[in-house]
Write a protein that binds this ligand. Structure first.
Ligand SMILES: C[S@@+](CC[C@H](N)C(=O)[O-])C[C@H]1O[C@@H](n2cnc3c(N)ncnc32)[C@H](O)[C@@H]1O
Length: 243
């Protein structure tokens, strides 16, 4: 594997990440839609679509935040249940309000650390996470935990930012992420740390083949990547082997 191991890369502690999301929670959805020009909804729908063969089952939403991915999955997959976990109480509070407003009774949102989950082995038919793993203190540990709680044959879908490879999108993206996005983030969320952190965490995160290697290294099989919107985001999916 050529990428840096996760645990060597992270200089943002769990407490720091948690309190940052608690601080920006009330503006998180607005910022998400604003900074992605609304494309995050389309990306989420594409990610959830990968799980269409898991309709009617029990799905885990790792680092669920304000539950956007869970709600989209609920609407398109008619699951038996979706369990979302997160370490930010404020993000969960907003998620719970949205779940109640949509009158959904099959989404449960729980406080929980993805790097050490309180679920038994082989609990879930599928797991998904959007813009979550990059924020873990130790993403390798998070992936191993997801692997553990998935049933054999269970599927994992990861939606994450990636870096476009081609000129001029690569250059424009770098400029937008480093110069424009922290500026808007600072103005809207009034939290300069949060939007300095975003580009740093994106540029540090292993992507493409490096991330596929991490998935395979964790024990997942059939790992593949779908590139979205000029490579600005990617969907990775993989399965836990049957035996
Ligand atoms: C960028 S937000 C993504 C939220 C949501 N999945 C979405 O698509 O909008 C990242 C989330 O990861 C959560 N998080 C970070 N580390 C975590 C951990 N170890 N366990 C659970 N959640 C974590 C944060 O609290 C935050 O809500």
């Amino acid at each position: 594997m050529s990428a840096k191991p996760y645990h060597e890369k992270s200089d943002h502690g769990k407490g720091q990440v948690k309190s940052m999301f608690n601080r920006i929670a009330y503006r998180y959805d607005l910022l998400n839609h604003l900074l992605s020009f609304g494309t995050d909804r389309y990306w989420r729908k594409r990610a959830v679509g990968i799980l269409k063969d898991k309709k009617g089952t029990h799905i885990l939403d790792v680092a669920t935040g304000t539950a956007d991915l869970a709600i989209i999955a609920y609407k398109s997959l008619n699951p038996r249940k979706i369990t979302g976990i997160d370490i930010s109480e404020k993000m969960l509070e907003i998620g719970m309000k949205k779940v109640r407003k949509n009158k959904i009774d099959r989404i449960e949102l729980l406080y929980g650390d993805s790097e050490s989950m309180g679920f038994a082995d082989n609990t879930f038919d599928a797991a998904m996470t959007a813009f979550g793993i990059r924020n873990f203190e130790n993403p390798g540990k998070g992936l191993s935990e997801i692997f553990r709680v998935l049933k054999p044959g269970g599927k994992l879908v990861v939606l994450e930012f990636s870096r476009p490879q081609k000129f001029p999108v690569r250059q424009l993206y770098g400029f937008y992420f480093r110069q424009i996005l922290p500026f808007i983030g600072k103005a809207v969320a009034r939290d300069p740390f949060a939007y300095r952190y975003l580009p740093e965490s994106v540029f540090d995160f292993p992507e493409g083949d490096d991330f596929l290697d991490y998935l395979s290294g964790t024990g997942f099989t059939d790992a593949s990547q779908i590139s979205l919107t000029f490579g600005i985001a990617s969907i990775y999916n993989a399965s836990k082997p049957l035996v």
